[in-house]
Write a protein that binds this ligand. Sequence first.
Ligand code: SF4
Ligand code: SF4
Length: 330
Amino acid sequence: MENLNQSDCLEQIEEALETIPSKKKKFSHYQKTAKGEDRAFVDLEKLETFWINTGTLCNIACVNCYIESSPKNGRLVYITHDEVKTYLDEIETEKLGTREIGLTGGEPFMNRDILLIIEECLSRGFELIVLTNAMRPMMRFQEKLLEIKNRLGEKLTMRVSVDHYDPKMHEEERGPKSWDPMLEGLKWLSDNDFTIDIAGRTRWGEDEAVLRQGFEALFNKHAIKIDAHSAKQLVLFPEMEENQNVPEITTACWDILNVSPSTMMCANSRMVVKRKGAEKPAVIACTLLPYEKEFEFESTLKDSSKRTYLNHSYCSKFCVLGGGACSIKE
Ligand code: SF4
Ligand code: SF4
């Protein structure tokens, strides 16, 4: 046994203490739950979907924006076309087999390189989904966007956020005078035969069938070509409130809940973000936790294939217990 002096001993005790969850608070220790059990983790299986955060600035400030975007939130700055190219090159050279690219913000059309980025992704043959509020930032690019869609749009989907079919509810979330510009943008997309999905919210607690009927009436009224009864064309998202009062997921939970780690978003996707003041973009585990340093990897996709420990209430509430459908929420 090695000879230890008192200061060595104290150091070792401190190190040991650091590995014990503090004060039995949930989600406070990376690999252990508050009860000291092994926290569940997810390994990246394949980078099926690569999300690009285009920056957190948005033309509006929604009440429940999960990424807290607004005209003032510059925590994630605009990613550039050249930076995106570097990642797409890496996908190709490392043969990562990525099928789909998602662009999310903020409002992606605030990013001045957005059309170059869209064109880059489509010309390389990726499926592309662009999450937008379809308001003025998008509409100022009508001509060029239409040209890109006519040339390369076969694999392009525009996902438009319409929180509720009732303008009052939509504006309760998005602010006054947000309905008409959205509707104008949505109609323009539909009239010009873009492939469109709608992202709605369930926060008002209505029955899903009622919600879908309400959306159907709205789409019929404005001749918008969307099937409100298709789960793909109208995706209804639950609210994402951070809540510590959810169970922590242990390694034993997968079998108990009969849920597979492979179905978690962090098993098949990553997102790149560019933090304000950072020299280069960073890759993070998923779209839901853009500000949590613990869920951040290095700057390359190759280095991001590490294990993700489910040390956040969202992991439990939305992914393991909630079915993980929030993967493409605006
Ligand atoms: S939900 Fe979308 S439109 Fe609303 S503030 Fe967030 S990014 Fe902007
Ligand atoms: S929130 Fe979901 S996708 Fe993100 S790290 Fe947790 S389990 Fe994975």
